[in-house]
Design a protein around this ligand. Structure first.
Ligand SMILES: Cc1cc2nc3c(=O)[nH]c(=O)nc-3n(C[C@H](O)[C@H](O)[C@H](O)COP(=O)(O)OP(=O)(O)OC[C@H]3O[C@@H](n4cnc5c(N)ncnc54)[C@H](O)[C@@H]3O)c2cc1C
Length: 444
């Protein structure tokens, strides 16, 4: 086998390869040029959204870089099990892909005008070198999730645990054990032991309830055998909508009962705060720059392109797809078709609108307006199958009886006809679904 490369020379920290023949030199130069021409795809975050995106991206076609303060992916549904040792932390994490350039840092600011992001690494400041840097992109993928939401409740940041990251789960595990060890020390009153063994969970959503259940099993199946003297003093409380937490201190949680307005304080050994998520500051700042400052998460179109800026995509907990409202579209179609403004369509008006739609559908197929396809040439088409439309409509109509029609294909013309008729001023949603179903059966 002919050796393609004769050797490597290291110069100024760079690697230079040289080739056997002029032809090979040309090939390498072409390769280098191709590499420098590759579009830069910058992904922020290694959570569910960022990792799923990278799994589907052909990384040989792009210059891909990833920035995240976490150099691994964590399987969050199993985090509650890590708090009690049912599952080991190492079993729910997956290291980053070594083939992709990765920078362990946090994005502090996005500059969409100059297509740049500014980052800072949290790696030990005492190590040599600067922790701050900036990166340029052609396409930016924002997948940085959300942060815990304390609703600015005093004392929560200082005195509560959260359950969002692997480190949070490990910290909870250590604290639970500390609570038991403290409770069995000699010289404590029974009240003090009870306080140390009172575990409070604020927020009765899936995470809070799963953690409460894990803790209950851990206490009753394992810890009672290790700490039998205090097994009857343990209590677990979940605080949900009946009370509003006013503040938390190292020993007390202070609440107001919503129905009576009465203030109560309960002592605790540990509080886990699990009341949902809020916007990360970097996303908030970016939203203000692009005119989305009044929103909670980034708004994107159906193709996950962030509204109000170019070549920026967002997905996961930090974003939401701004769905087109199908009923509004239909209302527009009806208004245009109802030329005499009568509130109903004549047969001629109806035929005109159907013809127009069929012609426009053909044009759309020939000249799709979706974003460029990553894998092959051309653009994406907007596709809505008849079944989707029917199911959407049946959901709109909230009619459970007619759901058996879900599996039925539904031709576009009939769908349109149904929609146009159903939007008549005097039609209710239920009329709409009945009409649709009757159109289907009459057509079948
Ligand atoms: C305990 C628990 C259980 C859950 N169970 C379920 C479940 O059963 N089913 C379900 O559907 N959902 C569940 N969820 C919710 C689910 O985990 C989230 O919806 C999902 O993680 C969102 O994915 P994401 O990629 O948007 O954000 P994340 O997964 O949170 O990832 C965000 C990534 O961005 C990184 N990052 C943060 N800030 C920056 C920054 N400034 N710059 C760069 N990178 C940054 C983070 O380090 C992380 O890598 C659960 C959540 C928790 C906490």
């Amino acid at each position: 086998m002919i050796s393609l490369l004769r050797g490597y020379l290291i110069e100024d920290g760079g690697l230079i390869a040289y080739a056997d023949s002029p032809a090979e030199g040309k090939r390498l130069a072409a390769h280098d040029q191709k590499e420098t021409q590759k579009k830069k795809v910058l992904v922020l975050g290694t959570g569910w959204a960022g990792t799923s995106f990278l799994k589907d991206l052909d990384i040989s076609n792009y210059d891909v870089q990833v920035v995240s303060p976490r150099n691994y992916f964590a399987f969050t549904p199993l985090l509650p099990s890590v708090t009690c040792g049912t599952v080991e932390a190492r079993s729910i994490v997956e290291p980053r892909n070594g083939e992709i350039k990765f920078w362990e840092a946090e994005c502090l600011k996005v500059d969409p005008t100059n297509k740049k992001v500014f980052c800072r690494s949290n790696i030990d400041e005492n190590l040599a070198g600067n922790n701050e840097f900036s990166l340029e992109y052609d396409y930016l993928i924002i997948a940085i999730g959300a942060q815990v939401n304390t609703f600015n409740t005093p004392g929560v940041m200082e005195h509560c645990h959260f359950l969002k990251e692997v480190e949070d789960a490990q910290r909870i595990r250590r604290t639970v054990i500390d609570c038991f060890e403290k409770a069995v020390l000699p010289g404590l009153t029974e009240e003090e032991r009870r306080t140390n063994l009172h575990f409070v969970i604020v927020g009765g959503g899936p995470t809070g309830v799963e953690f409460a259940a894990e803790l209950h099993d851990f206490v009753h199946e394992d810890l009672v055998k290790i700490y039998p003297s205090v097994k009857d003093l343990v209590s677990i409380t979940v605080i949900q909508s009946g009370h509003r937490v006013m503040s938390v201190s190292d020993r007390m949680i202070n609440m107001r009962t919503k129905s009576t307005g009465e203030d109560i304080s309960i002592p605790h050994g540990m509080v886990v705060w699990s009341t949902g998520v809020g916007t990360r500051p970097v996303v908030k700042d970016f939203m203000e720059q692009i005119g989305q400052g009044n929103r909670r998460v980034l708004a994107t179109d159906e193709w996950l392109r962030v509204k109000g800026c170019e070549e920026v995509y967002a997905l996961g907990d930090c974003a939401t797809v701004d769905q087109k409202k199908i009923v509004e579209d239909i209302a527009e179609i009806f208004k245009a078709a109802d030329k005499d403004n009568s509130g109903t369509l004549t047969i001629e008006e109806f035929q005109d609108v159907i013809e127009d739609i069929v012609i426009r559908m053909e044009k759309c197929k020939q000249n799709p307006e979706g974003p460029r396809k990553f894998r092959s040439g051309g653009r994406h088409e907007f596709r809505l199958s008849g079944t989707d439309i029917l199911v959407n409509l049946l959901h709109l109509a909230e009619s459970k009886q007619q759901l058996s029609c879900q599996e039925i294909g539904f031709p576009w013309a009939e769908y349109t006809m149904a929609m146009v008729f159903c939007i008549r001023k005097d039609s209710s949603m239920t009329t709409m679904s009945r009409f649709l179903v009757s159109v289907w059966f009459s057509g079948s």
